[in-house]
Design a protein around this ligand. Structure first.
Ligand code: SF4
Length: 361
């Protein structure tokens, strides 16, 4: 049964069903709803902005080209640390070999992402993009992150506008939002040397000026309150109102193992499903909500499709950042098709702009 909003249950439910904007206070109230009620509301809202029963996925690969990072975030298990994790940097040949492997399995999107390596010059990033684009013009380069773009600008003493324009000219197609948690109190604890919320917003607005698309993520479960989770969603909704460049929202839980925050108790499956539904309801201006099979597991991701999610993201042929926390979930096209069908949805292979490439009836 519904709880807090019983004082006015129809009002909030009607707002959700009719597509009216939900306030932060109302979104906070949704945490007290029972899961089946929240699922129905999330899926109702999904139908308003994405009426098809399709669930998309893409064949992609993340190439983490260096783990050397001067930010040294406490919540990260990936970056090189003295006597614990060996530093590495991939050569251009290593990167090309990996993109070739992606192409051979029919992949269409690559995510080049690395730590904030103090030894990388801006020319090295430009070379990386140009080399990949020249060798594989059909591969969509959805790469780097707001923190990396900021790092490039700072290190090379260039404006963000120049950085984005130069990367775009070199062949960069879009930039993942990599938002972590856009709450300063938590950032000071978890990633004090990474960009601030204001910096993240500056990058998103710069991308918009250059007609570049992005996405937004949410790494929750780092000791934040439910109100702070809604604060994060509000930052995303507001900037999306202003720019319209966020193609998808991807929430995932923080995995504390092997990080500097391993005292934190991991979020639960119910926490995850609630955040998917609340994200879908609150972010009325974001069309695609991805189910996070990598961090939550394939079966939880399948359940997320009943909470308002409409996309499975990529098959992620290679990934090392989450793997560094000890999570080893892998998948492939065949497995995703079975999972999606089993959820009474139609599996759809899509491209980076969420256009249908192939529908598996
Ligand atoms: S999360 Fe990113 S910026 Fe932070 S330490 Fe890890 S690689 Fe560096």
């Amino acid at each position: 049964m519904m709880k807090n909003h019983e004082k006015n249950p129809l009002l909030l439910l009607e707002k959700i069903k009719t597509g009216l904007r939900v306030t932060p206070e109302e979104a906070l109230d949704l945490y007290s709803w029972d899961l089946p009620d929240l699922a129905r509301a999330g899926d109702d809202r999904r139908r308003l902005c994405f009426p098809a029963e399709d669930v998309g996925f893409i064949i992609d690969r993340i190439i983490n080209f260096t783990n050397v990072c001067e930010a040294e975030c406490r919540f990260c298990a990936f970056h090189a640390r003295a006597d614990q994790i060996e530093p590495f940097s991939l050569s251009l040949d290593d990167i090309l070999k990996r993109v070739e492997e992606l192409r051979l399995i029919g992949g269409s999107q690559v995510m080049l992402q690395g730590g904030l390596n103090p030894d990388y010059t801006f020319d090295m990033y430009i070379d990386m993009v140009k080399t990949v684009k020249k060798a594989f013009p059909d591969i969509f380069i959805h790469s780097f992150s707001p923190a990396e773009l900021f790092h490039m600008a700072r290190k090379s003493d260039l404006s963000l506008d120049t950085v984005v324009a130069s990367l775009k000219e070199a062949g960069l197609d879009s930039v993942p939002g990599a938002s972590d948690l856009l709450v300063e109190r938590i950032r000071k604890i978890a990633c004090a040397h990474k960009i601030s919320v204001a910096d993240w917003l500056t990058v998103i607005k710069t991308l918009a000026r250059h007609d570049m698309k992005s996405s937004a993520t949410m790494t929750y479960g780092m000791g934040e309150t439910q109100k702070e989770q809604i604060d994060h969603l509000k930052v995303i909704r507001d900037v999306q109102d202003e720019t319209g460049i966020i193609r998808a929202f991807i929430p995932w839980s923080f995995s504390p193992f092997r990080t500097g925050m391993d005292h934190i108790t991991p979020a639960t499956g119910i926490d995850y499903l609630k955040i998917v539904a609340i994200g879908r309801i609150f972010l009325d201006n974001v069309t695609h909500i991805q189910a996070g099979w990598l961090t939550e597991g394939l079966k939880m991701a399948q359940l997320a499709l009943a909470m308002g999610a409409n996309d499975m993201g990529g098959i992620l042929m290679e990934e090392t950042v989450v793997k560094a926390t000890g999570i080893t979930t892998r998948t492939n096209q065949e497995e995703l098709i079975v999972l999606i069908r089993n959820a009474c949805k139609t599996p759809v292979l899509r491209d980076s702009a969420y256009n249908v490439v192939r529908r598996f009836q």
